[in-house]
Design a protein around this ligand. Structure first.
Ligand code: AGP
Length: 608
């Protein structure tokens, strides 16, 4: 998604804007630009392509002197990637410049109105209409003009705005798109995400929906949409800089995969006290879990895959029906929900448009909403009734790994808690589950230590065209995530199938040497999946199997076996997904791709 950075202080703004934008590249973009006020005029530079092009065009910012500015990386929604469509956008006299992340849903109507008022448009974007509306409503008070625009605009926006008439302030506004305000010493910042400003300050304000910030060198003021001043709490970001840097790995994805043992430990630790599972976030919840007759889980992408695993684990443990929905389907399906229903929404970024909208849909029907989110202070944490944080730290690589693993841990613990409430879990079973949970970090470490072997295997499939992933039950939930990991970063067509489903059509796609990755971690389903392996083998497939240590029977049918340590049958996804993450990574890296920035993808899909 688009990235925004703004600066005001005593240093040259442009180099700081470029540095901040470089920390937001992970959000995915296709063009970049900056606007810097030099005391007299606003100079604007915009270029399609990578940020490097803008850096070169502006000589690292030297050609844009000034100590107040705004910068932007654009992920095209309206209008192709081009210089004209890149941000910042500005009014005809260039006295106002604006950068925007989000979508102005009624921009066509607003554009027609501005054209009737004599305004000329130079781009195909929705954002440009904001620049002309600010021009139209500006009569000397920027906050008043901004508020008038806010009242007329529908959609989502995080804005950075500068006015030549107001050389001492940068203005920031948000509605639904992420934005933070950084408070420095004699300098202040705005950014779409914390990594952009962590180098300069750890002190941030999380601006809320429909709030305006007026940011000077030494003063930050906040106003609500009624122009009333409001007080905001200053937060301190504890992430260390390394957490937002690569730490010596070639790609963030490898760094983040290697962090999974720590992330799993950091995620379960706050919830295990005196050998009990606790969710303080839910202790005052207006939910009687013992009376819960069903549970809904809603998410997108890998978060949906985590929820899919959650379905199997919660249903097996707590014997409560779990309905898992893609957020983009749920929000338009007029879901059958009411008082007493509980909807769990899972999101790493906490900003995914469809998942956010699902919160509103669920609440409108009277359901209680629990968000499982990684990004602190993100929109979903303010919109859901209750929030449980995963502790994965900043996840930079577009392909999620550690956040997905952390989501699984929260779902395992929710399953245990719910089973306790429903009386379906004996005390000794619970203690065994907690003991098995505590061992997962070291077991993940063991699988990760096997990565060179996976790399050798992956190198054989760099030229592959089609790869299949199969499994039954929880193994199917593992397979769907393994397929997504591979396809989103290697661009190889990969599909996951419930192993029992192959014979209903898909098996016709299996040819000589087609790779089929089979997952077999569920004792009661081994033999069934082994039969499916025989089916694909008899049609020429090459089979790689991921299975539990000791299950050597698999070597009678599979061509290549990856063993994972024995763990609780409910937790096997946490271990089995590791070789599949590594497989996708090494195929992508082996193809020479930018693993962290896959084409067409963004880290957080903040638009529909
Ligand atoms: C997963 O590797 C992808 N990056 C994508 O499917 C992602 O899981 C999905 O967009 C949901 O994002 P969220 O967890 O931030 O809501």
């Amino acid at each position: 998604m688009c990235g925004i950075v703004g600066y005001i202080g005593k240093k040259q703004a442009a180099p700081i804007l470029l540095d901040g934008l470089s920390k937001l590249e992970y959000r995915g973009y296709d063009s970049a630009g900056m606007a810097v006020f030099d005391g007299e005029n606003i100079k604007i530079e915009k270029t399609p392509g990578r940020l490097k092009v803008l850096e070169e065009t502006t000589h690292g910012g030297e050609l844009m002197p000034g100590m107040i500015g705004i910068g932007h990386t654009r992920w095209a929604t309206h209008g192709v990637p081009s210089t004209e469509n890149a941000h910042p956008h500005f009014n005809a006299s260039r006295s106002i410049a604006v950068v925007h992340n989000g979508i102005i849903e009624n921009y066509i109507k607003l554009k027609e109105k501005m054209i009737k008022r004599g305004y000329k448009f130079v781009s195909d974007t929705d954002t440009e209409v904001l620049a002309h509306m600010l021009d139209y409503y500006y009569k000397g008070d920027p906050v008043e003009a901004i508020i008038k625009v806010m009242h007329r605009v529908e959609g989502s926006y995080a804005l950075g705005i500068i006015f030549t008439d107001c050389p001492d302030d940068v203005f920031a506004v948000r509605k639904d798109s992420p934005l933070v305000i950084g408070k420095g010493e004699g300098e202040n910042f705005i950014a779409s995400d914390v990594p952009a400003i962590l180098k300069y300050t750890r002190n941030v304000y999380y601006i809320q929906n429909e709030e305006i910030a007026k940011i000077g060198t030494d003063k930050i003021e906040f106003f609500n949409i009624d122009a009333e001043p409001i007080e905001k709490e200053l937060h301190r970001v504890e992430w260390d800089m390394n957490a937002a840097e690569k730490g010596g790995y070639e790609f963030f994805m490898m760094k983040e995969m290697m962090e999974q043992p720590k992330v799993i430990r950091d995620t379960f630790t706050p919830h295990i006290k005196n050998n009990e599972i606790v969710f303080d976030e839910l202790k005052d919840a207006d939910i009687d879990f013992s009376k819960l007759t069903s549970l809904h889980i809603v998410a997108c992408g890998s978060a949906y895959h985590a929820g899919f695993t959650g379905k199997y684990v919660i249903e097996k443990m707590a014997r409560v029906p779990v309905y898992v929905d893609l957020a983009s389907e749920f929000r338009y399906r007029n879901p059958i929900l009411g008082e007493g229903d509980v909807v769990v929404l899972i999101s790493q970024s906490g900003e995914t448009a469809d998942t956010k909208a699902a919160i509103g849909e669920a609440k409108a029907k009277g359901a209680k909403t629990i968000a499982i989110v990684n990004a602190k202070g993100s929109s979903m944490t303010r919109e859901a009734d209750y929030t449980i944080y995963t502790e994965a730290g900043p996840e930079i690589s577009v392909a999620t790994t550690k956040a997905y693993s952390a989501q699984l841990i929260i779902l395992y613990m929710l399953a245990i808690k719910l089973a306790e409430e429903k009386g379906t879990l004996k005390e000794d079973e619970k203690k065994q589950l907690i003991s098995d949970l505590l061992r997962l970090p070291e077991q993940v470490e063991m699988v990760l230590n096997n990565k060179e072997r996976i790399q050798k295997f992956a190198n054989r499939y760099i030229a592959a065209k089609d790869i299949f992933f199969i499994g039954r039950g929880i193994d199917y939930a593992i397979a769907i995530e393994g397929a997504l990991k591979l396809k989103e970063i290697s661009y190889i067509h990969a599909e996951a199938y419930a192993a029992g489903e192959l014979k209903h059509g898909t098996i016709s796609l299996i040819e000589e040497n087609t790779l089929v990755n089979a997952v077999l971690t569920q004792e009661d389903l081994y033999d069934k999946t082994i039969s499916n392996i025989r089916e694909v083998k008899s049609r020429g497939a090459f089979v790689m199997a991921v299975t539990n240590l000791g299950h050597t029977k698999i070597e009678e049918v599979a061509d290549y076996v990856v063993y994972i340590p024995e763990t609780n049958k409910y937790f096997t996804n946490t271990l089995a997904i590791i070789p599949l993450q590594l497989f996708g990574y090494f195929v992508s890296a082996g193809k020479g791709y930018d693993v962290d920035h896959p084409r067409n993808l963004a880290k957080s899909v903040t638009v529909e």
